[in-house]
Design a binder for this molecule. Structure first.
Ligand code: NAD
Length: 285
């Protein structure tokens, strides 16, 4: 297999701790463990250099094996995983991190995220303190959050003195998260978009199809381009090799301000996934 050695087509986002993350990465949510090795291998062949997994996805082993067997230097691949809700708390976080790193077969992680705030459990502050300890020991380069509201982030910063580098949230043309993005931008937090294609539900939307016809690209490429031009970090998922390649081929065209506006007009505040204020799945007590 051949791996592209240059990744210069993908812009980097500089995080508030000085580390850099590729703006376009590859997500592996719902990719069964038996399929993840080939999906991640294909993504790395195509040129992706950032992989987003999570303990709860049950596919850290295959993800890590694809990374290790790619032959690429470890420092050329950006690896993110996430702490599951049930593991929140200081000591349990340290144990969960060790288990994730062991499953991945790596000796450090680039980015560790608190998967959901589960605010009613009142453990995300202790969890983030454990993240700070892991960072200070060099086991993870950057620490951030996922599915956090502004109120959650404000509390985290007030009580730990540390600003998370990213907040990974549901974000696509029907849930554009304008206010949250503005808060992030004003507080040096990078916005990372999950379900960036609306899990595929936006691909036959009329406005998207019209823009795709105008620029001679596919609907998925148009949506990914919309994210990139907004400044989002974006992590589309596919297990189909042609789509994995298609989703990476987004640097040879641009959307005009009018096309961006047309897509911005689709925002309906409509979630596909759970409401972060209510999601307590996996909570143990
Ligand atoms: P997505 O928006 O990336 O959509 C993926 C689906 O879109 C695929 O399963 C396929 O059906 C379709 N698709 C992808 N490319 C296509 C193409 N070129 N042409 C046609 N159809 C195409 O959805 P996602 O997987 O939910 O989100 C992406 C990543 O975000 C996940 O893999 C995961 O890493 C992350 N994520 C994080 C959270 C969180 O709570 N932090 C939640 C969900 C997802």
């Amino acid at each position: 297999m051949t791996f592209k050695s240059e990744t210069s087509t993908v812009p980097s986002i500089v995080l508030n701790d000085g580390n850099v993350i590729p703006q376009l990465g590859f997500g592996v949510f719902q990719v069964p463990s038996e399929d993840v090795f080939s999906a991640v291998t294909t993504a790395l062949e195509v040129g992706y250099r950032s992989i987003d997994t999570a303990a709860i996805y049950g596919n850290e082993e295959g993800t890590g094996r694809a990374i290790r067997e790619s032959g690429l230097p470890r420092d050329e691949i950006y690896v993110t995983t996430k702490l599951w809700n049930a593991e929140q708390g200081y000591d349990s976080t340290l144990r969960a991190f060790d288990a994730s790193l062991q499953r991945l077969g790596l000796d450090y992680l680039d980015l560790y995220l608190i998967h959901w705030p589960v605010a009613e459990a009142d453990r995300f502050v202790d969890t983030f303190r454990a993240f700070q300890a892991l960072k200070s020991h060099g086991r993870v380069r950057s620490i951030g959050v996922s599915n956090f509201t502004v109120a959650n982030i404000q509390r985290l910063i007030a009580e730990t003195g540390e600003i998370p580098v990213v907040n990974q949230v549901e974000l696509h043309p029907r849930l554009a998260q304008r206010e949250l993005r503005e808060y992030h931008a004003g507080n040096a937090i990078a916005t990372e978009a999950w379900s960036p294609l609306g899990q595929g539900t936006l691909l036959d939307e009329r406005t998207i199809s019209a823009v795709a016809a105008e620029v001679g690209r596919t609907p998925a490429q148009v949506i990914i381009r919309w994210h990139l031009q907004l400044g989002n970090i974006v992590i589309p998922k596919s297990v189909t090799p042609s789509r994995i390649a298609e989703n990476f081929d987004v640097f040879g065209f641009e959307l005009t301000p009018e096309q961006m506006d047309a897509i911005n007009g689709l925002d309906a505040g409509a979630r596909i996934g759970p409401d972060p204020d209510r999601f307590t799945y996996g909570l143990i007590d």
